[in-house]
Every structure is written in structure tokens, then in C-alpha cells.
Design a protein around this ligand. Structure first.
Ligand SMILES: [Zn+2]
Length: 224
């Protein structure tokens, strides 16, 4: 990026589930945080933000790429602590408002699995919240000092988004991942729709991908 600086915050998830990434973008006028990790990452995440120079009042916007617990569990807390605005796609907001990650998915699972998932990730009443506003396809984030636009990329969930910066950096959420190699997510809710989202990305000028899980990678190394 020319003006903006990206800091990758790689946080360890509970139960040996690997790691999850948040991205802190330093703009000319404050900071933007993309995704917020799991509840057990809270202290480390706050420390990382403060070490980067992001103090309460400096964080302008928290963007959630989708509504899953490993990306949203500190959203309510950080919004309050840092005085930030919180935004996500409307089709995933019920996940955050009700703490049920199956609400924006077509695949149905039973009540016990739904309940257990939320308990395992520590997503309780305090973590539930409503975004300040919704973002969708084509929305321009330059008003927040971030030269980027929103891409609606359903597949992993209905309201999954990507953020495409003017320099070709793509924050892909969980549509793409880099666990062993750059790949389409192994946890796709709707494969057909997800593949169509990936095809859209292939038509775009994308330089580097910053995924929800795994190291950032050049788009050209992604060959599915
Ligand atoms: Zn995830």
C-alpha cells in the first residue's frame, strides 16, 4: 500500500484449531481493524493494537468479513473500548446479534451443535451486538481513510465480504485460506456460490491476498 500500512495479527485459536488473522490498517487518519479473533485472544489483541500505536479514540472502524465467532468475538468489546464504529454485511449480522453461526447458512445442524459451538468459542451475551451500519457490494471506504471497496463474496456464509484496496490487496475473509497452501476454504457452506465468488476474483486486479487463516500470499500462487 502506498499510504496505508498493514499489520497482520496472527492469533492462536482455542482447542488446537490453528490460528486466525486480524489485520490492522494504519491510514493517514487513524486505524481500521479487519476482524477481531476469538474471545481467548482478547488480551493479546488489545496489547497488539496498543503496541502498534492504536489507542482508544484512534480506531475509526472495525470491519467484520463475516459473522463467525473466530472473527467477531471481540467486536463488541473493542468497539466500546476504542470508541470505534462496527460494520459488516447485513446477511451475516444475525450471527453477531444472536450468537448463532448457522443463521446465515443453508446447511442445517441440530440445536446441540449450535449451542456447543457458541459455548466452545466463548461467545456469550456480552459478545452479542448489532453493527453500527451495514456494508455491501461496491461500498467505498475512503471516507474512513481506507482506499478500498467492499466485495460481497458469499459461499463460506451468505454475508461474507472481501475488502479490495486500491493497491490490489484483498482481505478475503474465509473465502480463501492458506492452511497448507493457498486454497478455497475447506469450510464452504454453499460450494456453488463460493466458486462463483472465486471466479469473480479471478477477473479482478488482485495482487496479494490477506486471508482469515494462514499467511498472506500472492494471488498468482492461488490455482484451484
Ligand atoms: Zn474463520
Amino acid at each position: 500500500m502506498v499510504k496505508e500500512k498493514i499489520k497482520t495479527l496472527c492469533l492462536t485459536m482455542p482447542f488446537k484449531l490453528g490460528s486466525v488473522n486480524c489485520y490492522l490498517i494504519e491510514t493517514g487518519s487513524g486505524y481500521i481493524l479487519i476482524d477481531t479473533g476469538c474471545k481467548n485472544n482478547r488480551a493479546e489483541l488489545v496489547r497488539e493494537l496498543e503496541d502498534a500505536g492504536c489507542k482508544p479514540g484512534d480506531l475509526r472502524l472495525i470491519l467484520l468479513t463475516h459473522g463467525d465467532f473466530d472473527h467477531t468475538s471481540n467486536a463488541a468489546y473493542l468497539r466500546e473500548k476504542f470508541g470505534a464504529k462496527l460494520a459488516m454485511h447485513a446477511e451475516d449480522s444475525l450471527l453477531l446479534e444472536r450468537g448463532d453461526m448457522f443463521l446465515s447458512r443453508q446447511r442445517k445442524v441440530n440445536f446441540l451443535v449450535r449451542k456447543l459451538t457458541s459455548i466452545l468459542f466463548g461467545f456469550g451475551k456480552a459478545e452479542r451486538c448489532q453493527p453500527d451500519f451495514y456494508v455491501g457490494e461496491g461500498d467505498d471506504l475512503s471516507g474512513y481513510g481506507f482506499e478500498a471497496r467492499v466485495l460481497h463474496l458469499p459461499g463460506h456464509s451468505k454475508g461474507s465480504i472481501g475488502l479490495l484496496a486500491a493497491d490490489g490487496s484483498l482481505f478475503s475473509g474465509d473465502l480463501l485460506e492458506n492452511r497448507d497452501k493457498p486454497d478455497i476454504t475447506s469450510l464452504m457452506d454453499d460450494m456453488e456460490t463460493g466458486k462463483a465468488s472465486v471466479e469473480r476474483l479471478r477477473m479482478m486486479e488482485i495482487d496479494r491476498v490477506y486471508p482469515g487463516h494462514g499467511e498472506p500470499f500472492p494471488m498468482e500462487s492461488f490455482a484451484v
